[in-house]
Design a protein around this ligand. Structure first.
Ligand SMILES: [Zn+2]
Ligand SMILES: [Zn+2]
Length: 282
């Protein structure tokens, strides 16, 4: 990224002049306060789920085909100068927009917790389509039900599974060679969560081809295990642990360089500063 800050999950380049963006930034420029923006977009603000070439979009959702100059729109295709999905002329649009923004500042939305949303803020979390605990937020920043409610987010109770289990995970064959198509009708009980899950035909075929044993865990449990292998979304202030004597950036065995790292202090890895890392690894 170039000249950008406070972005997350940006994995395509180039992305330039972006601020407060989550996901994913391909050819994105001047994206601000957005969740899901990229694919040759410019000047997208306070919007989410925008993934087609678009210019100058504000407070909009699901922009999946080329659009320009939209305000408060949902799911439009090849449109320009629309407000709340209604078509205006360029002149009308340009005349109305400053008035709307002024009005948003004069009479802002105030949520149940008293948080004020003037023009320039992302959508209030209380109108989110999703509860906190069913979103990625809960995977990376887990909160209890009380904390979620306290912060004004939505909580969703787990739905009771109505599926009749036909086989427990421990009774699945160990070797994929001993499994046949009938497994596609099986309702498997997860070893850990006890939730029911099935296999899809493509998934089954993949395990067969790659000679991989059947999963024993409900997909959410597998996801949780994968996330546990990543470093947490947290930074610790640490000092370089280098003990090499031949580095040009420090004398003797101690480098005093300090930095932020996602490796917690109690982890076993040796953490180098950038300069020492480059001398040791590159
Ligand atoms: Zn160092
Ligand atoms: Zn060093």
């Amino acid at each position: 990224m170039e000249d950008s800050r406070y972005n997350q999950f940006v994995f395509y380049k180039p992305a330039r002049d972006c601020y407060d963006m989550t996901f994913w930034g391909q050819n994105a420029t001047r994206i601000y306060e957005c969740m899901g923006a990229g694919d040759s977009q410019d000047m997208i603000k306070f919007s989410f789920d925008c993934w087609a070439p678009a210019i100058n979009i504000e407070y909009s959702y699901h922009i999946v085909s080329p659009n320009k100059n939209l305000f408060g729109c949902v799911g439009l295709k090849n449109k320009e100068y629309c407000i709340l999905n209604k078509q205006y002329t360029k002149e009308e649009y340009e005349e109305m927009l400053p008035k709307i923004k002024h009005h948003m500042n004069e009479m802002p939305y105030v949520d149940k917790k008293g948080i004020v949303y003037k023009y320039g803020e992302f959508f209030p979390s209380e109108i989110s389509l999703f509860a906190y605990n069913e979103s990625l937020a809960q995977s990376y920043f887990p909160l209890t039900q009380e904390e979620i409610v306290e912060k004004g987010f939505k909580w969703k109770d787990k739905e009771e599974s109505k599926h009749a289990i036909t086989i427990k995970a421990k009774d699945l064959p160990d070797d994929i060679a001993d499994v046949d198509d009938s497994i596609l009708n099986a309702v498997i009980e997860c070893e850990v969560s006890k939730r029911a899950f099935k296999l899809t035909p493509a998934e089954y075929q993949f395990y067969k081809t790659m000679k991989i044993p059947l999963p024993r865990l409900y997909p959410d449990e597998r996801h949780k295990n994968r996330l546990a292998k990543q470093n947490p979304m947290k930074l610790w202030h640490r000092t370089c642990m280098c003990n090499q004597e031949n580095h040009i950036n420090h004398t003797g065995k101690t480098c005093k360089e300090e930095f932020e790292t996602s490796y917690a202090p109690d982890r076993p890895e040796i953490i180098y500063c950038e300069k020492c890392y480059q001398q040791e690894v590159i």
